[in-house]
Design a protein around this ligand. Sequence first.
Ligand code: GLC
Length: 435
Amino acid sequence: MSLKASCRWRGARLRTILILFIVLFIAPLAEAQTKLRFVTWRSEAERVWEQIIADFEARYPGVKVVQEVGPHSSTEFHDLVTQKLRNRDPEMDVFFMDVIWPAEFAAANWALPLDAFFTAAERNLFLEAPIQANTYDGRIYGVPMFVDAGMLYYRKDLLEKHNLPPPRTWPELVRQARIILAQERDPYLTGYSAQFKQYEGLVCNMMEFVLSNGGALWNEQRLQSTLDDAKAKEAVRFVRDQIIRLIANRGILAYQEPESLALFTQGKAIFHRNWPYAWEASNDPRQSKVAGKVGIVPLPAFPGQKSAATLGGWQLGISRFSRNPQLAWQFVQFMTSGETQKRIALETGRGPARKALYHDPEILKKSPQFQSQYETFTLAAPRPRTPVYLPLSNILQRYFSSAIAVADSDIDQLARAASRDMDRALDLLRDRRQR
Ligand code: GLC
């Protein structure tokens, strides 16, 4: 055999041995890896979440977290998760849950009750409102990851330039925006940026206007819609006639959180309503043209009324159809630990769900606003906590959207119809209560 042929032969033998080694030893090891499927929404800080998951895997060798990333929109993400639950999909172990879902998931028998894992003593370490939102018929179905509450961001530089204090009432906000718009004469500048697309965020925004006018979406005791009450309608009319018509750009009707935030960070909006993470994003010079020029205050109220912030936030739940609830719990525990929540607060500016972190010197140094926001979080207004929240929200979304999108919409008639539809959806609950 020539030298060349002998080398080739030896090379082939080596390759065969290598393949045999992989097939016999490495591949079974990979098989032995336990997979945990985590269905999560698309975060604006993906890198941070990925690093945290990688750290979990490092701590639990042999466990691979398979992430399925759904849409950012709560409404669209709800469709994805509920479709899997309806199909009793055993592939999904852990899922992200908006604060408005636990009652529905519990009543449908989709989410695993976590009482055996999540003790009362542990629950006490969390803010009360999200714990309540995760509790249904006396059992707990999710562990809060972070909390949200609506806040008002504003261009500190522009308000100072025009000698204006941060607005305390909605009419004052409109007045100030009009003064600044008239004097700046910048064709790209708009007065207000928020979430007015037809989806869950619209309900959050509109509820803040309604509540801060002394109105309500429903009467929880009587299980009746209050959309048709004068205060509620007055607030909706104000949004249509003053916010949208006078100071916002019509594009606002298509904005969810990311688009509305982008307008603000590009320096094209004077006022911006968003959740707490917008502070970090708008002050980060790598992604914002207005870094250092941003102020934050509680949302305004109507004259003589109190400001209202919608309670938001996300939790981790475990699917009842998971084949590995014990491991799923280890993952949930890691993701909601004080250590992880601190990382998330520091790196993304999201409000921790654990109370102690509001006294954490490192967090307060980086985000001093959390000190005053703690009160906003504890006073934030929950959306109706009921298993029929989704049908109610669909009615609310359709109503608010048609009421504000058209300049001459018949708000009385629309409110009456939406109220009737809500009452019909609530009949289901009333019947249950009476039984
Ligand atoms: C935020 C809130 C959530 C709310 C959603 C609406 O993600 O945390 O509760 O439903 O915004 O867009």
